[in-house]
Ligand binder design. Structure first.
Ligand code: FAD
Ligand code: UDP
Length: 388
């Protein structure tokens, strides 16, 4: 009988979106797949569960699935039905709640009808109805009224929130980050404009359980892969012996090599959950605190999941710089030329090992949404399958 590593054709490190999709794809291609996950559960940062009060929460912050990619939507739909809704966010600006992204509804709330009508005309003439304009681009506009709007949006929506989230100003960070939430020249209050948005009907965890439920997949949780695998001298050692099957790594690349060139910088978050014995806390799923408070946003889960429950659970998010201390989780890579150079230096260490693949938000040091991650995992699996 085969034992240990001989039982497996492929090893996948991490049971988040990236690892779970790849595991399922390789399993369906006939590979015997071992998934190693250091946490006590699958699903990575998408993991959800009921808290002790029976309220359904997202343990690592609110996750709303949104996509225009038919393939990603169809793929996940094999493992779940959907609770579909148009996700909306408001910002608390000096106590008043205004729709975010800033859009024409927000414009009218802030400036009143007469002025807003005139400004709307200028915006539509300049950019076209239904267009999206990144804040940093809007600020460069030649028209003084448009710049006035841009300054309002910059000061009241982006500056302080970005300082909290990144410890840097909007100008200092990669423009693609603030570009995720452009000013909308439309009356659409939704946070995302993609055709499919919502949540797995029975939660992310159930969806990933269904995905990993396959006779060719074995999942071991509470297992740090670094105790089983070693990447050295052009080879992968698995429990001490050379392993020739494919290895897909979805964790932080620097930590695979004991951070020998220094740590790759990440932002992390502290999640402060609170159960309140009351029907409602804020009447919205997500309120961004764009001016005040040390936290960035409060999520009230029952408005996100549609759950009917007595009482309500909220979570506040406090960003900080990841240090690698025990218990901290690296959530956001920080895009910059220096950081990319450091990342490439680590990647070089794997360049002579053809059966190792880097996949995921951490391993690729990129800011992926769930749908983009599904697409990347499917594409990598396609590539691996062609080589089998
Ligand atoms: P992860 O989910 O991080 O999974 C990686 C897994 O690898 C983890 O489970 C980790 O424990 C494991 N691992 C790492 N190292 C090891 C090791 N050495 N041994 C064993 N296991 C290891 N996307 C959206 O589309 N919509 C949203 O609303 C949204 N909201 C978000 C909110 C927050 C606060 C954050 C941080 C992200 C959000 N995202 C959202 C992005 C989404 O979380 C990611 O796209 C997705 O989780 C990426 O999946 P992944 O598999 O790459 O990473
Ligand atoms: N942002 C902001 N104010 C807001 C919402 C977003 O300043 O009210 C900025 C901030 O820098 C944030 C970025 O836009 O990191 C992207 O926001 P998004 O909601 O996409 O971030 P996520 O939480 O999904 O990573």
């Amino acid at each position: 009988m085969k034992k240990g590593r001989e039982m497996f054709d492929s090893v996948i490190i991490g049971a988040g979106v990236a690892g779970s999709v790849a595991a399922r794809e390789l399993a369906e291609a006939g590979r015997k797949v071992l998934v190693l996950e250091q946490r006590a559960h699958i699903g990575g940062n998408c993991y959800d569960e009921k808290d002790e009060h029976g309220i359904w929460i997202h343990k690592y912050g609110p996750h709303i699935f949104h996509t225009k990619e038919q393939r990603a939507y169809d793929y996940l739909s094999r493992f779940t039905e959907w609770y579909e809704f148009g996700h909306e966010v408001v910002a608390n600006v000096h106590g008043t709640l205004i729709p975010v992204p800033f859009n024409l509804n927000t414009l009218h709330m802030v400036y009143g009808k007469e002025k807003a009508d005139a400004m709307e005309e200028k915006l539509v003439n300049a950019f076209g109805m239904e267009s999206k304009v990144p804040i940093l681009k809007l600020r460069e506009h030649e028209d003084a009224d448009i710049r006035q709007i841009a300054d309002y949006v910059y000061e009241n929506i982006f500056l302080h929130y970005t300082m909290k989230q990144w410890g840097q100003t909007p100008e200092e960070i990669d423009p693609a980050v603030t570009g995720r939430v452009p000013v909308l020249i439309s009356y659409d209050n939704r946070y995302f404009q993609e055709p499919w948005q919502g949540m797995p009907l029975n939660g992310y965890t159930a969806m990933f359980e269904a995905m990993l439920e396959h006779p060719n997949i074995t999942v071991e949780t509470e297992t740090d892969a670094r105790n089983r695998l070693e990447f050295t001298k052009g080879q992968v050692l698995f429990d001490g012996d050379v392993f020739w099957g494919e290895v897909i790594y979805t964790g932080p690349l620097d930590e695979l090599f004991d951070c020998r060139f220094g740590r790759l910088p990440y932002r992390s978050l502290n999640f402060d959950f609170e159960y309140l014995n009351q029907e409602d806390y804020q009447g919205h799923s997500v309120v961004n605190y764009t001016i005040s408070e040390a936290f960035t946003r409060i999520t009230e889960f029952k408005y996100l999941t549609g759950q009917k429950a007595e009482g309500t659970t909220i979570v506040r998010e406090y960003p900080f710089a990841y240090t690698g201390a025990e218990g901290e989780i690296p959530y956001y890579s920080i895009a910059s030329e220096d950081n990319q150079r450091l990342y490439e230096k680590y990647r070089e260490l794997l360049s002579g090992i053809p059966n190792v693949y880097l996949l995921g938000r951490l391993a690729e040091y990129k800011y992926y949404n769930i749908d983009a991650m599904v697409m990347k995992a499917l594409e990598l699996s396609d590539k691996i399958r062609l080589r089998l």
